[in-house]
Design a protein around this ligand. Structure first.
Ligand code: MV4
Length: 501
C-alpha cells in the first residue's frame, strides 16, 4: 500500500497531486530547487527536500537526486506530474529497480508511445486509423518516392518528436529533400535521434483527445474527449469538453479506438490518446501521452472522477472501480491557462513578483494555481501560473461563467494573458464552436486589438453596455491609482478591471 508519495514536480500540478494524496490519507513529499524555496508546493507538502540549483537539468530532471530524496524520506511511490520526468522510460525503470512505485505506466508502454514510428506501427496492427504515411525513412530518395505516392502536402516528422519539434510541412515535392535534412538535424539536436517518417498533411484539423484509465489487471475505460484546438505554437490555451463538433456516433467509435490503443501497449494508469480530426470528422491516431495532462480537470469535472486518485489506486494494484457503462458527460467544462506573459509583446514571458491577486470564486469555478501575493515567479520554469476551470450545464452558460470569472480575476505585478483569454471567450468563432487548430492565427487581430472589433461581439447589447461601463470605470481607476504609484491597473494589461457581479 502506498502511504507516502514524493511529487517530482513543482507549481500547480505538484499542489494538485498533493491535494488528492491528503484526501487519501497519504503523506506527501515535495522536492524543490534553489529558485523554489518559497514555492507553494513546498509549503503545502508534509515534508520537503532540497534537490539543487534552479535549472531543471540540475534539480527536477536529475534522476539521482530525486531517487535519493525518495529514499531519504521513505516515500513508497513517486508521482511525476506532467513535463519533467513524466514520460521518461528510463526514470520509470529506475524507480522499479529501486523498489519505488512509479505512479504511471510501465517503462515499455512509455517507450513504445514515445517513439512515433513504433506507435504508428502498433496502432496500425491493432486496427486503429492512423494518418496515411510511412514507416522509418532511411534515404532522401525514398522520401521523394513516398511523398509522390502519398501526394503533397505531406509532413515530415521526427519519430522522437511531438509538440511540433522536428516537424516540417512540405507543400511541393521539390522541397522534400530540404525538409528531410532540416527535420533530421533538428531532431538530432533536440532528441539525439534523427529517425523520421512522412505523413499525409491533414488540413485545418481539430485536435481531439480521449482520456483513458487502465488498471494492472487489463481493465481499460475511456472518459470521453477533450477539444484542444485552441492553441498557439503547439501550446494549448483553452480546452473544453464535450467537443462542440463531436457526434455521439463518432464519440463512441473514437472512445473504443482509444481503449484499443491503450490495450495494444498493456496500458496501466491515466493516459491520453490524441487524434487529429478533419472537417468531415474523419479521425486519425496522432500520438499517446503517457502521463496526466495539464487539461485533466475538465474531464474530472464533467465525468466526476478524481484522476490523480485513480492513478494512485491503479499504482497500488487495485482494480478499476468505474465501469464504462456507468460513465456519462454531465454538462460542459472549459479550462483556460493563465500565463505570466505579455500577449502584446509576442507572448514574451513576464516573470516577477505578484503584487496583488484576487482569484475568481463562485458556483462552478475551480482555480488550480500556486502563486500568492509576494511570490516571485522564477524565470527558470514554465510561465503558466494557474488554470481556471469552469463548469455549467450547457456550453453557452459555461462561456458566460468563464467570462464572469476572467473579468473578476485581478493580478498585478506581472503581465498576464487574462485579457487575451477574455477575448477568446468573446470571439464569435469560439462562441459558435466553429474553430480548429488555426483559430488563434485566424482571429489574432480580434484577440489582440479589442477596440477595433467590439461591434462583432454576439450578445452585443449586454456585452457592449458592459464594456462601455467597465471602460469608464477603468479610466477613473487609472487616474486614481496611477497617481500614488502603488497599484496601477495598467500593470495587469486589462481593460476591464471592475465587475458588477
Ligand atoms: C499533423 C498536422 C497535420 N497533418 N500531422 C502538431 C504537433 C504534433 N503533435 C502533431 N501536429 C500536427 N500534426 C499531419 N499529418 C497538424 C499538426 C498540427 C497540430 C496538431 C494538433 C494541435 C495543434 C496543431 C497545430 C499545428 C499543426
Amino acid at each position: 500500500m502506498i502511504k507516502k508519495v514524493l511529487v517530482a514536480n513543482r507549481g500547480e500540478i505538484a499542489v494538485r497531486v498533493m491535494r488528492s494524496c491528503r484526501e487519501m490519507g497519504i503523506i506527501s513529499v515535495a522536492v524543490y530547487s534553489e529558485a523554489d524555496r518559497r514555492a507553494m508546493h513546498v509549503r503545502y507538502a508534509d515534508e520537503a527536500y532540497f534537490i539543487g540549483p534552479s535549472p531543471s537539468s540540475e534539480s527536477y530532471l536529475n534522476t539521482d537526486k530525486i531517487i535519493h530524496a525518495a529514499k531519504k524520506s521513505g516515500a513508497d511511490a513517486i508521482h511525476p506530474g506532467y513535463g519533467f520526468l513524466s514520460e521518461n522510460a528510463a526514470f520509470a525503470g529506475r524507480c522499479l529497480e529501486e523498489g519505488i512505485v512509479f505512479i504511471g505506466p510501465s517503462p515499455e508502454a512509455i517507450r513504445s508511445m514515445g517513439d512515433k514510428i513504433t506507435s504508428r506501427r502498433l496502432m496500425t496492427e491493432a486496427g486503429i486509423p492512423v494518418v496515411p504515411g510511412t514507416e522509418k525513412i532511411n534515404s532522401e530518395k525514398l522520401a521523394l518516392e513516398k511523398a509522390r505516392e502519398i501526394g503533397c502536402p505531406v509532413m515530415v516528422k521526427a519519430s522522437a518528436g511531438g509538440g511540433g519539434k522536428g516537424m516540417r510541412l512540405v507543400k511541393n515535392e521539390k522541397d522534400i529533400v530540404g525538409a528531410v535534412r532540416s527535420a533530421r538535424s533538428e531532431a538530432r539536436e533536440a532528441f539525439g535521434d534523427d529517425s523520421i517518417y512522412i505523413e499525409k498533411y491533414i488540413e485545418s484539423p481539430h485536435h481531439i483527445e480521449f482520456q483513458v484509465l487502465g488498471d494492472q489487471h487489463g481493465n481499460i475505460i475511456h472518459l470521453f474527449e477533450r477539444e484542444c484546438s485552441v492553441q498557439r505554437r503547439h501550446q494549448k490555451i483553452v480546452e473544453e469538453t464535450p467537443s462542440p463538433v463531436m457526434t455521439q456516433k463518432v464519440r463512441e467509435e473514437m472512445g473504443s479506438f482509444a481503449v484499443a490503443a491503450a490495450r495494444a501497449v498493456n496500458y496501466a494508469g491515466a493516459g491520453t490518446v490524441e487524434f487529429i480530426v478533419d472537417d468531415h470528422l474523419n479521425y486519425y491516431f496522432l500520438e499517446m501521452n503517457t502521463r496526466l495532462q495539464v487539461e485533466h480537470p475538465i474531464t474530472e469535472r464533467v465525468v466526476g472522477v478524481d484522476l490523480v486518485k485513480q492513478q494512485i489506486r491503479i499504482a497500488n494494484g487495485e482494480t478499476l472501480d468505474i465501469r464504462q457503462d456507468e460513465l456519462l458527460q454531465f454538462g460542459h467544462a472549459i479550462e483556460c491557462r493563465i500565463y505570466a506573459e505579455d500577449p502584446e509583446q509576442n507572448f514574451m514571458p513576464s516573470p516577477g513578483v505578484i503584487r496583488h491577486i484576487t482569484e475568481p470564486l463562485g458556483l462552478g469555478v475551480r482555480h488550480d494555481g500556486y502563486v500568492y501575493e509576494g511570490y516571485e515567479i522564477p524565470l527558470f520554469y514554465d510561465p503558466m501560473m494557474s488554470k481556471l476551470i469552469v463548469w455549467a450545464g450547457t456550453r453557452k452558460e459555461a462561456i458566460a461563467r468563464l467570462r464572469r470569472a476572467l473579468y473578476s480575476y485581478k493580478i498585478t505585478g506581472v503581465k498576464t494573458n487574462i485579457r487575451f483569454l477574455e477575448r477568446i471567450m468573446e470571439c464569435p468563432d469560439f462562441v459558435n464552436g466553429q474553430y480548429n487548430t488555426h483559430f488563434v492565427d485566424k482571429n489574432i487581430d480580434f484577440l489582440l486589438f479589442p477596440e477595433k472589433h467590439d461591434e462583432k461581439i454576439e450578445d452585443v447589447a449586454i456585452i457592449a453596455a458592459f464594456i462601455d461601463y467597465a471602460t469608464k470605470i477603468k479610466k477613473r481607476e487609472d487616474k486614481i491609482f496611477s497617481k500614488n504609484g502603488k497599484s496601477n491597473w495598467k500593470d495587469c494589461g486589462r481593460r476591464i478591471s471592475f465587475m458588477r457581479y
